[in-house]
Design a protein around this ligand. Structure first.
Ligand code: SF4
Length: 108
C-alpha cells in the first residue's frame, strides 16, 4: 500500500543545506524580493525562541522552511494577531523599515 503521508512531515525528514540553497536560486528569491541581512537575522532570532519552530528549521504553524522564507519581504509569521514578524512594506518615517503590522497600528 502506498504511503500517502507528507514526507516533509515525517520525523525523520530533514531539509538539507543543499536543498535550501537550490530553492534560494529560484526567481522567487530574486534580490528585490528579499529583506536585508539584518532584517533576516532579526526574523531568525524571533523564530529561534518560538515553540512552533521544529529542529531550528521548520515552522509547524505554516510548514515553511524558516531559513528560506525569512528572506522574503512578502512573508509574515502566521501566528494570530500579526505574529512575531510581519511583511516588510517599505520605509517608515525616520528610516526604519515599516511592517504591515506597523501600518495597521498607524492612525489614518
Ligand atoms: S514564523 Fe512565527 S510561528 Fe513560525 S516559527 Fe517563526 S515565530 Fe514561530
Amino acid at each position: 500500500m502506498a504511503d500517502n503521508t507528507c514526507k516533509a512531515c515525517r520525523d525523520d525528514y530533514k531539509v538539507t543545506e543543499a536543498q535550501m540553497q537550490r530553492i534560494m536560486q529560484t526567481s522567487a528569491f530574486a534580490p528585490e524580493r528579499r529583506v536585508d541581512a539584518q532584517q533576516y537575522q532579526e526574523r531568525l532570532q524571533l523564530c529561534s525562541t518560538c515553540p512552533k519552530l521544529s529542529d531550528g528549521v521548520t515552522c509547524t504553524a505554516c510548514g515553511c522552511i524558516i531559513p528560506v522564507v525569512a528572506w522574503l519581504k512578502e512573508r509574515a509569521c502566521p501566528l494570530p494577531g500579526g505574529g512575531r514578524w510581519g511583511k516588510l512594506t517599505g520605509q517608515a518615517p525616520g528610516g526604519s523599515v515599516a511592517t504591515a503590522a506597523d501600518e495597521q497600528l498607524s492612525p489614518s
